[in-house]
Design a protein around this ligand. Structure first.
Ligand code: UDX
Length: 455
């Protein structure tokens, strides 16, 4: 055993928005001398584009018992069996490593899979949930879990605030809470993050101290084992490139072959609107048309990610008719786009990764939240961090093409443009500072590693 690297199992929830931050965090651990095994699920591994992640990161696949099924279907209809199968197969995998002389000393798991802590305890190793969402969102789910957020009661019609949150409207809550009858399984998955988290050895959160200072102070006063470790952006975008950080990641989508970077290179500084709705959200047919016409009618160039599954919702001939000023791709490494000098604005669904990537790269936003935590992230982007503007929904529930144009122009050309850019630039500096050597998140990662190794 002498000389062997301490071995950590890392288990992201099997979805793109959960894999990305955990993979980037793993790279930070690997660069500090740990050996990492990232665990994926068979059904996902099939569509995953595995790029080498560095000498100290390996990928292992386990079965959840539904090797041919869609993840959303499994979670909605068979959560219990998913948990039982995955728990057993995690134990088997860990025991295989024990037999081969490489026993894991801890498991870092997505907080929405709290059963992993039971697995850790069964194996006699440490366990740390990784919260992929903003701490403000975690705090709101926690209050709901504790029964302190009663919709239809104190929140019925009025604005409200919870400890360490700004004044909010009901629409600023994670949408699963007000829409609890629509997505009961997803909501219970979110609130169950808090079922055993106080028994974990550490709580890892994908944010940084200055970004969510108020809510973090409140959380740390109750749960001192909390550690901010974000933003989980590859080191190449923030600081000196780490040895183990040469590759972008694990993609569940085929990156477009379109020459995105070459196209962006031909555009002037800050002249392109980048639009993307992440890996899950779907923009319905009529809304898609309004969005498309808004992008077409604005004065700006645009680069729009429309996943292959959504392409049929585009208006006919849209791509050909806008080819002078626009490029539509199915998927492209987002960080490369956001860090390109031609990008002046991000029209976003406000997934937490997209939000923290844009903040870390200093890109102002037009926010168009779709569901889950995105509604709360949008509130913070606009009203707390002051780096974006929100599209208004009309009384028919639609964001019109005119509204899309207005909000894009507000960020790209309007009176507030310079202020929004300045604010975004300030957050970029603070994000970098947090991850720089000796910065708040960097110190926390360092501490986490030394506590792991010494425990
Ligand atoms: C989901 C939820 O919807 C989100 O709200 C939650 O915070 C995390 O899980 P998703 O909707 O996919 O994630 O959005 P987001 O969190 O923004 O993650 C998308 C990721 O895919 C980002 O890391 C982004 O960089 C990446 N991406 C997206 C690409 O690399 N290329 C693309 O073309 C689009």
């Amino acid at each position: 055993m002498a000389g062997k690297k301490p071995h950590i199992l890392v288990f992201p929830f099997p979805a793109q928005g959960h894999i990305n931050p955990v993979l980037q965090f793993s790279k930070r651990l690997a660069s500090r001398g740990l050996r990492i095994t990232i665990i994926t699920i068979t059904s996902l591994a099939k569509s995953m584009h595995l790029q080498p992640c560095g000498a100290s990161i390996e990928i292992e696949t386990i079965s959840d018992g539904f090797d041919e099924a869609e993840m959303t279907y499994v979670i909605q209809a068979h959560l219990g069996r998913f948990v039982a199968n995955v728990s057993q197969n995690l134990v088997n995998l860990a025991r295989k490593f024990v037999s081969s002389g490489d026993p894991p000393i801890a498991i870092v798991y997505d907080a929405i899979m709290p059963f992993c802590l039971d697995v850790a305890r069964k194996l006699g190793i440490k366990g740390a949930p990784f919260f992929t969402q903003a701490c403000a969102v975690s705090a709101l789910y926690y209050h709901y879990y504790e029964g302190n957020l009663k919709i239809g009661d104190r929140l019925g019609t009025t604005s409200f605030s919870m400890p360490a949150t700004p004044v909010m409207q009901i629409g600023d809550l994670p949408s699963l809470i007000p829409d609890r009858d629509l997505y009961p399984v997803f909501l219970s998955q979110m609130v169950n993050q808090f079922s055993n988290f106080q028994k974990a050895d550490w709580l890892l959160v994908n944010t940084f101290d200055k970004l969510e200072e108020q809510v973090l102070n409140w959380m740390a006063s109750q749960w001192p084992m909390i550690k901010t470790v974000g933003p989980t952006i590859p080191s190449v975008y923030l600081d000196k490139q780490l040895e183990d950080d040469k590759y972008y990641g694990l993609n569940l989508f085929h990156p477009s072959t379109e020459a995105c970077m070459k196209w962006l290179d031909t555009k002037e500084k800050s002249s392109v609107v980048y639009a993307s709705f992440g890996s899950i959200a779907t923009v319905g047919g009529s809304q898609m048309e309004e969005l498309a016409m808004g992008l077409k009618n604005s004065n700006e160039n645009f680069l729009w990610v429309v996943r292959a599954s959504e392409e049929s919702n585009l208006p006919s001939n849209f791509v050909a008719e806008t080819s002078e000023k626009g490029l539509v791709v199915n998927w492209y490494p987002q960080l490369q786009v956001l860090s390109h000098q031609a990008v002046g604005c991000f029209l976003t669904h406000c997934g937490w990764n997209s939000t923290s990537e844009a903040m870390s790269l200093g890109v102002p936003m037009v926010v168009m939240p779709q569901w889950t935590d995105q509604t709360t992230n949008a509130k913070y982007i606009v009203d707390v961090w002051d780096v974006g503007v929100r599209v208004n929904v009309n009384d028919k529930g639609i964001i019109t093409r005119e509204e899309v144009v207005l909000r894009i122009e507000e960020v790209m050309e309007g009176e507030r443009r310079d202020e929004l850019r300045r604010n975004a630039g300030r957050w970029k500096e603070l994000a970098k500072e947090a991850m720089d050597k000796g910065g708040s998140s960097d110190k926390n990662i360092e501490e986490f590693v030394s506590e792991l190794v010494c425990s």
